[in-house]
Design a protein. Structure first.
Length: 260
């Protein structure tokens, strides 16, 4: 994940309120195209936490969907995300959306860095703020992650939890989790690769030295192959060997019967 410690660039599609942008659902407080009183070119439509947070969450994913996190008050985002199938929890992770409630509107912010187990750096915005983007340090405190921030207005806020960003799943894994993840992917991939190799090998023609034997086996029914060919280069299983042996025995018995 590329950390954002500076305001979004002018024209960044994830924060553009225009229909062609990725975040048209919560435009902020200033009319689009109005004189920008903030000093941040292109940021005049991001003066709230949900508008910025939605854009940033989508930017990390690299995909736009203004309904993904939510489109109501900030405190509703947590429950909405659960309904959307996103993973949530009470421990911060990179790219996650922190959701607080205060009995009214709530607040959200995006986790940009994890300094240690008790300290995170977030990027955020605020309702009707003339500085619609800032970075702040939050510490765990009693579990609400509102202590140590660079402002005091969140003292009464309570953490609902973190909405985990699906794009940072691997980045957020512990060594043990990563090992299990890789092992799972290997076991999911290897059988497919093996089957593909077998299918490719089976289509190869027989070597010249084996052609006469193969034709003889096909003619007398010892080995007849498959509907789509003989599969001369494919592996043979024990059950197939057993069938070949049974075919030979049947052929020998029939030969003896005819001879007698």
């Amino acid at each position: 994940m590329k950390v954002r410690l500076n305001p979004p660039e002018y024209g960044n599609k994830y924060y553009n309120r225009k229909p062609s942008g990725y975040n048209p659902c919560i435009p902020g407080n200033y009319p689009y195209g109005a004189a920008d009183p903030t000093g941040y070119p292109g940021m005049n439509v991001l003066g709230n936490c949900t508008g910025y947070g939605t854009g940033r969450f989508n930017e990390i994913i690299g995909k736009g969907n203004c309904n993904y996190l939510g489109k109501g008050d900030a405190h509703s985002y947590y429950d909405y995300a659960i309904k959307q199938g996103l993973k949530v929890g009470i421990e911060p992770k990179l790219g996650a959306c922190a959701v607080w409630e205060d009995g009214k509107y709530g607040h959200i912010a995006i986790v940009e860095q994890i300094v240690d187990k008790d300290t995170i750096i977030v990027s955020e915005s605020g309702w009707y703020s003339k500085v619609p983007f800032w970075i702040a340090k939050h510490t765990r405190g009693k579990g609400d992650w509102v202590e140590g921030q660079d402002y005091s207005w969140m003292k009464k806020y309570k953490l609902k939890g973190f909405i985990y960003n699906p794009a940072t799943e691997v980045e957020n894994m512990t060594v043990e989790e990563l090992e299990k993840f890789v092992e799972k992917k290997i076991w999911e991939t290897v059988p497919n690769v093996i089957e593909q190799m077998k299918a490719t090998t089976a289509k190869l023609p027989p070597d010249d030295w084996a052609k006469d034997a193969i034709n003889m086996n096909i003619a007398d029914g010892t080995m007849v192959g498959y509907e789509d060919g003989f599969h001369a280069q494919s592996e043979i299983r024990r059950e197939e060997v057993s069938q070949v042996a049974a075919n030979i025995k049947a052929w020998v018995k029939e030969y003896i019967r005819i001879k007698d």
